[in-house]
Design a protein around this ligand. Structure first.
Ligand code: ATP
Length: 240
């Protein structure tokens, strides 16, 4: 008996006004996996991430999470189901301190494990401990990304959605972020759905991946399988 996927996106379409951004997307994420979605600028990756969270809402198709149809649920109810998102551009609260940002993340968990989870985040990201009283907006790009991920983790998610965590970061800093994602998955069994333009690192990290072109999934396979395909290499890896 195979367990059903934790997340199943089935034939999902999404629109901005009259413009179609997702044209019928199918994706599955199993519990304990890192799954990545790669694709060029404007392919619809961020839209899919947001549609899973209910805004923009899927027009056709279904989003099933943990066996429940969440397609029509309001975003705040989806967030309460332990789906956490670190959106593109990080979206931390720039005028709040690191500590306050983490408090906001913990609110989704009711705050009951705040001290314990805070200690765990400081262990995972020692930088955040050093900067605990500093305003979010004064952190470096890499530190803001760490804060965005830590804030998402404070809600004790079962599924972590990460949109372009390496965007705009120096290679070494991006590498640290990917290492943390790998550790969260390997050591805590966290399930991760990762959107990335940095296809090489994303596919190396992921158990499985999907390629999106123009609102449609055109290829899927294991990370290693996709990395080896000439059409993936040509389009996403070799300066493409
Ligand atoms: P990026 O890496 O640039 O974020 P992406 O693959 O995430 O690219 P999306 O941001 O999902 O792509 O965009 C998919 C399509 O929808 C693009 O054609 C984009 O121009 C369009 N789009 C995105 N957001 C909006 C919006 N708020 N209003 C209108 N069109 C939008």
């Amino acid at each position: 008996p195979v367990r059903p996927p934790l997340l199943k996106v089935e034939g999902v379409t999404a629109f901005y006004g009259n413009i179609i951004a997702l044209k019928g997307v199918d994706i599955e994420v199993n519990e304990g996996e890192i799954v990545t979605l790669i694709g060029a600028n404007g392919a619809g990756k961020s839209t899919l991430m947001m549609t899973i969270c209910g805004a923009p809402r899927a027009r056709d198709g279904r989003v099933i999470y943990d066996g429940q149809d969440i397609t029509r649920l309001p975003t705040h109810e989806i967030m309460r189901m332990r789906i956490a998102q670190s959106p593109e551009g990080r979206r931390i609260f720039p005028r709040m301190s690191v500590y306050e940002n983490l408090q906001m993340g913990a609110a989704l968990d009711g705050g009951a494990h705040f001290q314990e989870d805070l200690a765990a985040m400081f262990e995972l990201f020692p930088r955040l401990k050093e900067r605990v009283s500093q305003r979010g907006g004064t952190l470096s790009g890499g530190e803001q990304q760490m804060l965005s991920i830590a804030r998402a983790l404070m809600g004790r998610p079962r599924l972590l959605l990460l949109d372009e965590p390496s965007l705009g970061l120096a290679p070494l800093v991006a590498r640290q972020i990917f290492d943390v994602i790998r550790a969260l998955n390997a050591e805590r069994g966290l399930t991760v759905f990762l959107v990335e333009q940095n296809a090489f690192h994303a596919l190396k990290l992921a158990h499985r991946g999907y390629v999106m072109v123009n609102g449609l999934v055109t290829m899927s396979g294991t990370g290693a399988d996709l990395l080896a395909r000439p059409e993936v290499r040509a389009a996403y890896l070799e300066g493409g």
